[in-house]
Design a binder for this molecule. Structure first.
Ligand code: PEP
Ligand code: MN
Length: 349
């Protein structure tokens, strides 16, 4: 159930509702909107009925009590009364009229490669630095990432450039190490339905970038986000990264329709990964421009100082020397959708 408070409701009135819900054995999730507070009472189906029986309608400060129509409750746009969330992560705003350009190498390979990539993307006005230390590889014989050494290099890049770090977590046992450096924890497409991992990210509270599974529907993506939200972590960014279709002419089919449709379904920010969808760099810029123009809240893109020698995903990584021009083009496309690059005053090269 969803309890919509009146605009005039006091803090004590909101607290009284929260206590009643918790007293009935359900979880009370408070969402502070620009005008009104909404409290989501989340339990299993039986508990929902229990909340209904509490008679919250008529309680001081309560405007309305409504059923949440979607199976994903906290992620639904209904939950925020149709307001899209703006997340604040490491001093950067994500969502609303802000556009996030998250860029960096597929994989942290060396100190030089990581720092060089970080400087180039920072100078071009990127919002955050991406880079994998733990890599989900199709082949168990392929390079699996530098692990802790990779995290150390990301920490160095963050200290030098000031860029917040996005890096992937695959195994709960690496969580503490990843928490040392990650401002945003990436959950890769292959782990989108790893529910134990999602719940743990929810409990740790660190912002999460949740990639859509290779063959997942939008409902499944939103249910996965719900696992994180349910544990009390409101900072979830959704990412469309291409899905499997019958088409074999390219690696994945970038489902750009997911962007406006997710915006109808959820208040969470939605970004796009053109690199992993395309699999080759010629497609990365056109897909990025389309993603920005269609209203994505950001892009996560792979950049490498020498892509032809990259250990992983070389063919799709943009060379660093092309990144500044790419960033300017993406910035213009984002402006078509009314969004401006975050931070708003990029340190231009
Ligand atoms: C990545 O971003 O490094 C990655 C492996 O992406 P995905 O999980 O979308 O394949
Ligand atoms: Mn990659």
């Amino acid at each position: 159930m969803m309890i919509v408070m009146k605009e005039t409701a006091t803090e004590q009135e909101v607290q009284a509702v929260v206590e009643k819900i918790e007293g009935a054995g359900a979880l009370a999730h408070r969402i502070r909107g620009a005008r009104v507070s909404v409290i989501g009472a989340i339990g299993d189906v039986e508990q929902d009925v229990g909340v209904e029986a509490l008679g919250l309608e008529g309680q001081p400060g309560v405007d309305r009590v409504m059923a949440i129509l979607k199976p994903y409750k906290l992620a639904s746009l209904q939950m925020t009364h149709g307001e899209h969330s703006v997340l604040e992560i490491a001093g950067r705003k994500l969502g609303g009229d802000n556009f996030a350009l998250i860029a960096g190498p597929c994989t942290v390979e060396s100190r030089e490669q990581t720092l060089q990539s970080a400087r180039v993307v920072r100078d071009a006005g990127a919002t955050m630095l991406r880079g994998g230390a733990y890599k989900p590889r199709t082949s168990p014989y392929a390079f699996q990432g530098l692990g802790q050494e990779g995290l150390r290099l990301l920490a160095e890049a963050k200290a030098e450039t000031g860029l917040p770090i996005v890096t992937e977590l695959m195994d709960i046992s690496d969580l503490d190490a990843v928490l040392e450096v990650a401002d945003v924890i990436q959950i890769g497409a292959r782990n989108m339905q790893n529910y134990a991992l999602l719940s743990e990210i929810g409990r740790c509270g660190r912002p999460a970038l949740l990639k859509r599974g290779l063959s997942s529907t939008l409902d499944e993506l939103l249910m996965a986000a719900e696992y994180i939200l349910k544990e009390g972590n409101p900072n979830v960014i959704l990412c469309e990264r291409g899905i499997r279709t019958f088409e074999t002419a390219y690696r994945f089919t970038l489902d750009l329709m997911a962007v406006p449709v997710l915006k109808e379904l959820t208040h969470l920010p939605v970004i796009v990964d053109p690199s992993h969808a395309a699999g080759r760099r010629e497609l990365v810029k056109p897909l990025s421009l389309a993603a920005a123009a269609i209203g994505a809240d950001g892009i996560i893109v792979e950049v490498h100082p020498n892509p032809d020698e990259a250990i992983c995903d070389g063919p799709q990584q943009l060379p660093t020397e092309e990144f500044a021009a790419y960033a300017r083009a993406v910035e213009q496309a984002a402006a078509l959708a009314g969004k401006a690059l975050q931070p708003r005053e990029p340190a231009l090269a």
